[in-house]
Write a protein that binds this ligand. Structure first.
Ligand code: FES
Length: 84
């Protein structure tokens, strides 16, 4: 499953680097269970509420401190569903 994280300037200021580091670490920890492909993306035109993350057609906004919860509650579940 593809997960794109915005690295545009507005998301960078909101902590995209930290979000990416957290998601990379968690993806590695779960690499045996689910297939998650992280990649960077330019501005998604949705800069207002936190770091933009696109999964399929959906764009989420994630704060660095919420990245771990987001991984477990959204990314992991979506990836498990995609694998079924
Ligand atoms: S900079 Fe990330 S959505 Fe615009």
């Amino acid at each position: 499953m593809k997960v794109q994280i915005c690295i545009g300037s507005s998301c960078h200021v909101r902590g995209s680097k930290q979000v990416i580091e957290t998601l990379m670490k968690l993806t590695k920890e779960h690499e045996k269970e689910v297939e998650i492909e992280l990649s960077g993306s330019f501005c998604m035109g949705a800069c207002s509420k936190g770091v933009s993350i696109r999964i399929g057609e959906q764009i989420y906004h994630v704060k660095p401190e919420d990245a771990e919860d987001f991984f477990h509650e959204v990314i992991l579940k979506e990836a498990q569903n995609a694998g079924n």
